[in-house]
Design a binder for this molecule. Structure first.
Ligand SMILES: [Zn+2]
Ligand SMILES: [Zn+2]
Length: 97
């Protein structure tokens, strides 16, 4: 399984440095035989899959430039750009005992 993470340490969707948690996104859905994955922020990965179906990804958004060009995702990238790498909607803070 290949991943871009070790090459540059940046999220290929939003361009911010990756945080501690990453998720592997299949550029072509696994169900359609895709094997190449990219490491994304969990929030970036979730955005892709709440915006597009697997069929839409396979048919017209199987590359990162195509994903970034999607209007909803482009808006998301502008919004997330200034957030810290580990930012997630549900900011979870573990309170110490
Ligand atoms: Zn990202
Ligand atoms: Zn994915």
């Amino acid at each position: 399984m290949t991943s871009w993470r070790d090459e540059d340490g940046l999220c290929p969707l939003c361009g911010r440095p990756l945080g501690r948690k990453t998720e592997a996104h299949h550029l072509i859905p696994r169900s359609l035989g895709g094997r190449e994955t990219v490491a994304l922020h969990p929030i970036c990965h979730r955005k892709i899959h709440t915006t597009l179906t697997e069929r839409e990804i396979a048919e017209s958004h199987a590359t990162l430039p195509a994903l970034r060009a999607h209007p909803d995702i482009a808006r998301f990238i502008r919004w997330i750009r200034n957030k810290p790498p580990d930012f997630y909607k549900r900011t979870e803070r573990r309170s110490r005992p």
